[in-house]
Structure formats: C-alpha cells, structure tokens
Design a protein around this ligand. Structure first.
Ligand code: MRU
Length: 320
C-alpha cells in the first residue's frame, strides 16, 4: 500500500536481510528497520516494531530463514520466536509451516506473498458489505500495517474506496498502545475519510445511528467462531448487538485455530498504561499519566453469538 504516495509492503526483502516499517515510531516518524538476525526479528516482534497478527507471522517466517543462515537450529529459532508474543496464532502457524519447508527463504517469501494476496481477496469478498456513503467503525489496527499488504478489516474499505464509493471510518483510538492512530495514519496515506474517536464513544455513535457497520480483525479465531482481538473489541460487539449494527470479523486462514486450546491473553507492561505517547517540543516522547496500580490485558474474546459474519479469502460466511 502507499507510504507517501509510493507503493510499499510492510516487510520487504533487501539483499541478504529484510526491512520492516517501524510501527513503534509511527505515526510520528516513518522509518524502516533492517532485520538481519534471529534476535533482530524476535526483538522487533516483542517490542512491537512489527505488530498485527498476520505481519507477526510473516516476520517470524523470515526470522526462521535468517536464523538458519546464522547456523541456528530450527528448534532454537522456533523456540525463541514462539516466546515473543502469545496471542496471535499466526505466529505458531508460520513457525509450523517453516518447519516443513525445504527452502526457508523461498517459504518465508511465499508466506508474505500469500498474505498479501489473501488480504486482497478479503477486500474483494467484503466489498459486498459496503455501499456508497457508508460509515464503518473499526477497532485497533487491522489495516495494511498489520499485514504484509492490504490489511484484513480495512481491506474491504480500501476496495470500496478504490471502486469509487464514499466511505467514512470511525477509528477507535485503542488505548493503551493507540493502534487506532496507525489506522488513521494509513487511511490518510490513501485519502480515505476518517475520524479518530475515544474508545468509549462507539456505543454512543451507534445509538445515534452514525455507524452502519463494524469490521475488526482478529489475532485468533477458534473453530466455534469465538474471536480474540485487541482489548475493547468485545465491548464494541456488545454495543453493536444492542443497536442492530452488523459486526463482522475479517479472518485470514492463518488466524483460524481449530484446536481446543484455551485463549492465551497477553498481559503487557504496566508502563503502557502509565504513559501516553505523543510529540513534545517536536520530538516523539512518552508522558506519565498515573502512578497508580494498573492492569493491562492486551486482548479480549468476543463470543461467536455477537458476530454477524466472518470475511474470509473465499467469501463472507456466518460460521468459520
Ligand atoms: O497488539 P497488536 O498491535 O499486535 O494487536 C493487533 C490487533 O489486535 C489487530 O486488531 C489484530 O492483530 C488483527 S490484525 C489484522
């Protein structure tokens, strides 16, 4: 997708290494990070320079390829990468795929190419939910920044925008990491009209009839249709249900987990709650907002009964 008018992917091969768009610096600075080793990739995922479930999987695949070139065993590479973040199932999916690969670099590139093509297909499938003048609410960032290209939840929005429909997006800020500001940044790169709202505003806007459709992404969707996604997704689904607003989840195949394993919800650092990121005197900075005890669960689970449908690479369906 577009960065300052130039078509890019979030992760690109460059000679003997890969580069990634640094999401820890966005939306204040556009910088690219070079990842040359297993440790580079593990750190980038752990510290959220690379984030969003499908992109975490794609980066982990490259982490394995770089690790093998360094002389690490595949077991060591998978152990290090699997420990970086617990909730997004795409990470484990990508590592399993890399274990079976004959040519690790070709497989990592294939995972990236398939992710981009799959997200584009989700956009085409979701187009049938869109119409001219629609107001869509989304939570977190499930746009192209969270994938290799196109995004999941935002893919139908980009498809509609490219088809000439007028689309407006309500963008949840998504405290504490404010991934909504990344959503706003990437929508702006494409000229898609949008408005950032506080996380608590969505229910009110739905009561006012100002939201026609909710679309969110997922970090793991179980075979029974329950959806793990960024903390706050469940509250949006409840509000949508109470206001008869359709609530859709965009799900690539790599985010589906048909196992019975319980959801593992990542508890992140208290500092994410105790500070907010912004710009002070022209420079990116973190400002302390509380010294109180805090809790910071990063994801929640939306039960299938609150989900109107799932937008997949192969179509929109009511069950997974
Ligand atoms: O903690 P993050 O920023 O990696 O979480 C991202 C989300 O929750 C996204 O909504 C989800 O990964 C879907 S991405 C297409």
């Amino acid at each position: 997708m577009k960065v300052a008018g130039i078509w890019r992917r979030t992760i690109e091969r460059e000679g003997d290494h890969v580069i990634v768009l640094d999401q820890a610096a966005l939306p204040f600075e556009v910088t690219w990070l070079a990842l040359r080793t297993l440790d580079d990739v593990a750190r980038a995922i752990r510290d959220m320079h690379v984030r969003g479930a499908p992109l975490i999987g794609a980066a982990a695949a490259w982490g394995v390829a770089l690790a093998l070139r360094e002389g690490h065993t595949i077991d060591h590479a998978c152990r290090v990468l699997a420990a970086t973040r617990p909730t997004a199932v795409n990470l484990r999916w990508a590592l399993e795929r890399m274990r079976g690969a004959r040519d690790a670099e070709a497989e990592a590139q294939a995972i990236c190419d398939e992710d981009a093509a799959g997200c584009e297909a989700i956009g085409r499938a979701g187009l049938r939910l869109m119409r001219d003048g629609i107001n869509v609410l989304t939570h977190c960032n499930a746009g192209w920044l969270a994938t290799v290209d196109w995004g999941t939840a935002l893919a139908p929005i980009y498809a509609a925008h490219e088809a000439g429909m007028r689309v407006h997006v309500w963008v949840d800020e998504t405290r504490p990491r404010n991934q909504g500001l990344l959503t706003a940044w990437e929508l702006a790169q494409h000229g898609v009209p949008h408005t950032v709202i506080a996380d608590n505003a969505g229910g009110h806007l739905m009561q006012q009839g100002k939201v026609d459709l909710c679309i969110v992404g997922t970090d793991r969707t179980r075979g029974n249709g329950d959806v793990a996604n960024k903390i706050g997704t469940y509250l949006k689904a409840l509000a949508a249900h109470d206001n008869n607003v359709p609530f859709y989840v965009a799900v690539p195949a790599s985010s589906i987990d048909r196992s019975d394993a319980p959801f593992e919800i990542e508890e992140r650092s208290a500092d994410e709650m105790r500070t907010v990121a912004g710009v002070v005197a022209g420079k990116p900075a973190r400002v302390r907002v509380t010294d109180s005890p805090v809790a910071n669960p990063a994801f929640d689970v939306t039960p299938a009964r609150l989900v109107t449908g799932y937008i997949t690479e192969t179509g929109v369906r009511t069950a997974i």
